[in-house]
Design a binder for this molecule. Structure first.
Ligand code: 5GP
Ligand code: MN
Length: 331
């Protein structure tokens, strides 16, 4: 499969590479590493993401090369979609990108729906960056310092610093190689985790206060409203990792973060309503990717998410989530 992908790329004129909206470290790291690797082999690339790049990842200087304007799709003959369980995760351009003659799907989500003409979906990979590393090796690319930092960032963030259950031997062996190539683990950790805006700390306070626990103590729910975000002058990039506070509570098996989306307004019956993003985490006992999939989303066994139907209210979704506790652990 990987050989077929490399073979195809050799004959590509202009490759469009995209990752999911609200990109995390793996999405950005994979996008940059692959884009830079292609360029080093003389392949013309456009790197795309719909959302702004979170400040903590801007130390990877090539993030400036990532475009947010969908117009570029037009003259690309190949699209590579990274870290997305389905093509719609790239956002508004999904329709247009689906019309590119050749779509390649590279991912590690258990809920991947198998879109694209060629796919390399490996659910045992700790991060999409692990698969990108293998692809780059196969293409005989000399890994530069920035490619190394990008791959390292992808693996470090998707494994939550080598703590989550997706942490595998490759996570360490690849990161060791990236360190040999000049990556300073302490530098990258400082960039990604080291500094918080004051707003985030204030938001954390509100977020902790919002935690509710199901009657059986196994499900925790944290809620972030638009008002909380407005009051603390924070944006979605400040909410990364907050769910871990709900997840790490003793006895909790499933944690849920319900977040009103700031920009994603939808007009429903004449009134503007914000969409709601839901993140799910589990200690491994419950497969949250299945729960997310039942709501139209996806993810991994212990980390998944979905966007609630536009006509769902915050209260409605909270009720559904608490009802979930009864379903998951019937008395
Ligand atoms: P997070 O909660 O960090 O946003 O996402 C956790 C995992 O769930 C990630 O692997 C992410 O790709 C997946 N995920 C989050 N939201 C959605 C969604 O709306 N649709 C799908 N298919 N996957 C999602
Ligand atoms: Mn990932």
């Amino acid at each position: 499969m990987m050989d077929q992908i490399v073979q195809h790329l050799k004959s590509s004129g202009h490759v469009f590479i995209a990752t999911h909206v609200e990109p995390d470290g793996d999405a950005i790291g994979s996008l940059l590493a692959l884009g830079l690797a292609f360029e080093s082999r003389g392949i013309k690339v456009t790197m795309y993401n719909e959302s702004p790049i979170p400040a903590v990842y801007r130390f990877l200087s090539s993030v400036n090369r990532i475009v947010h304007d969908a117009a570029v799709v037009i003259d690309c003959d190949t699209a590579i979609i990274l870290d997305c369980g389905n093509i719609h995760r790239i956002g508004r351009v999904a329709e247009k990108v689906s019309q590119i003659p050749f779509v390649i799907n590279i991912d590690h989500h258990i809920t991947n729906n198998g879109f694209g003409q060629l796919k390399y979906v490996d659910t045992s990979a700790c991060a999409t960056a692990e698969i990108i590393y293998r692809l780059i090796k196969l293409m005989d690319v000399t890994i530069t310092g920035e490619m190394a930092a990008s791959i390292y960032t992808g693996i470090m963030t998707d494994t939550s610093s080598f703590r989550f259950s997706n942490t595998n031997q490759a996570a360490f062996s690849i990161c060791e190689e990236m360190i040999a190539l000049g990556v300073k683990p302490n530098d990258i950790a400082k960039r990604v985790y080291g500094t918080y805006s004051l707003g985030r700390i204030k938001l954390l306070n509100l977020a902790l206060d919002s935690i509710e626990i199901s009657a059986n103590g196994k499900l925790s729910m944290m809620t972030l409203t638009r008002e909380m975000m407005d009051e603390t002058e924070t944006s979605s990039e400040d909410t990364d990792g907050l769910i871990n506070y709900a997840r790490n509570i003793e006895g909790v098996e499933v944690a849920v973060l319900i977040q009103e989306n700031q920009n994603g307004y939808k007009k429903i019956r004449g009134s503007k309503r914000s969409t709601i993003n839901v993140s799910l985490r589990s200690d491994g006992a419950v497969d949250v990717s299945r729960i997310a999939a039942s709501f139209g989303g996806g993810g991994h066994i212990s980390a998944a998410g979905f966007t609630a139907n536009a006509d769902t209210t915050l209260l409605g979704i909270k009720k559904k989530i608490l009802g979930l506790a009864e379903q998951l652990w019937p008395r």
